[in-house]
Design a binder for this molecule. Structure first.
Ligand SMILES: COc1nc(N)nc2c1ncn2[C@H]1C[C@H](O)[C@@H](COP(=O)(O)OP(=O)(O)OP(=O)(O)O)O1
Length: 225
């Protein structure tokens, strides 16, 4: 049985806000939940009744406090995250925006911060980011990628100050339902680059036109601009 075979998927968004003039990118430090303690773009699950684009704009507003005009947010790619021995895949729609309105502000989930594009903190980001984010920044988009991830072993070394509750030996990616929660020191519980290691990937770059219906292995049904 293919350990990366999926039978369902969640649809997520991820928005990268870029200041071209100053060569900076806005990232958010995730304070809780899936991807906690990593820097990432802004996004989350698409809610029932909204389009993927609407979900992206809503999450950006909720997490960073800013809005982007509908025609100013551009589709940059589509990533399918596959986790070993997890039948739930994550279909992540990546957008980019060069202009925004409003004041950037922190919320209980994310702490936004500008980074020089030459100093992106890849060592404290999801490991797949170093595959596709440089291509997005070079304008090699839209792209389509399949990202294969394996859970890193959890090493727990005795008692320490600053404990954190984490998911251990969990076969599920974003749902808490099947997770075993244990309290361990943060420093040993989660490697700086997150709980999953990049195992393999395939990235198709600079697709001039991603077909509306993508059916690589039947796992991705639709692509929305
Ligand atoms: C596995 O690799 C990933 N890499 C990157 N760069 N980003 C990822 C990866 N897996 C998930 N993400 C992104 C996609 C979304 O933007 C967030 C996850 O969103 P979350 O689960 O926090 O969704 P919310 O709706 O905000 O969740 P709440 O229910 O907590 O509000 O991470």
């Amino acid at each position: 049985m293919d350990p990366f075979h999926i039978t369902s998927k969640k649809v997520l968004t991820l928005v990268m806000v870029i200041d071209k003039d100053n060569q900076k990118i806005l990232l958010g430090y995730k304070k809780r939940g899936f991807g906690a303690h990593l820097w990432n773009g802004f996004g989350g699950k698409v809610e029932p009744g909204e389009t993927v684009r609407q979900g992206a704009l809503r999450e950006l507003q909720e997490e960073a406090g800013i809005t982007v005009d509908d025609h100013k947010i551009q589709k940059a790619g589509l990533l399918l995250f596959l986790f070993e021995n997890d039948p739930m895949g994550l279909e992540c729609h990546v957008y980019k925006a060069y202009e925004y309105h409003g004041e950037i502000r922190e919320c209980e989930e994310m702490r936004p911060q500008w980074f020089d594009i030459k100093d992106i903190p890849y060592e404290q980001m999801w490991e797949d980011d170093k595959i596709w984010l440089p291509e997005l920044l070079k304008g090699q988009d839209p792209f389509y990628g399949r990202i294969y991830l394996k859970r890193k072993p959890l090493e727990v070394e005795g008692e320490e100050e600053g404990k954190v509750t984490v998911a251990a030996a969990a076969p599920s990616s974003t749902s808490n339902v099947s997770l075993t929660m244990v309290t361990v020191p943060f420093t040993t519980a989660q490697p700086k680059s997150g709980p999953f290691a990049l195992f393999d990937h395939r990235l198709d770059l600079n697709l001039s036109k991603i077909p509306k219906e993508i059916a690589f292995d039947g796992t991705i049904a639709s692509y929305e601009d």
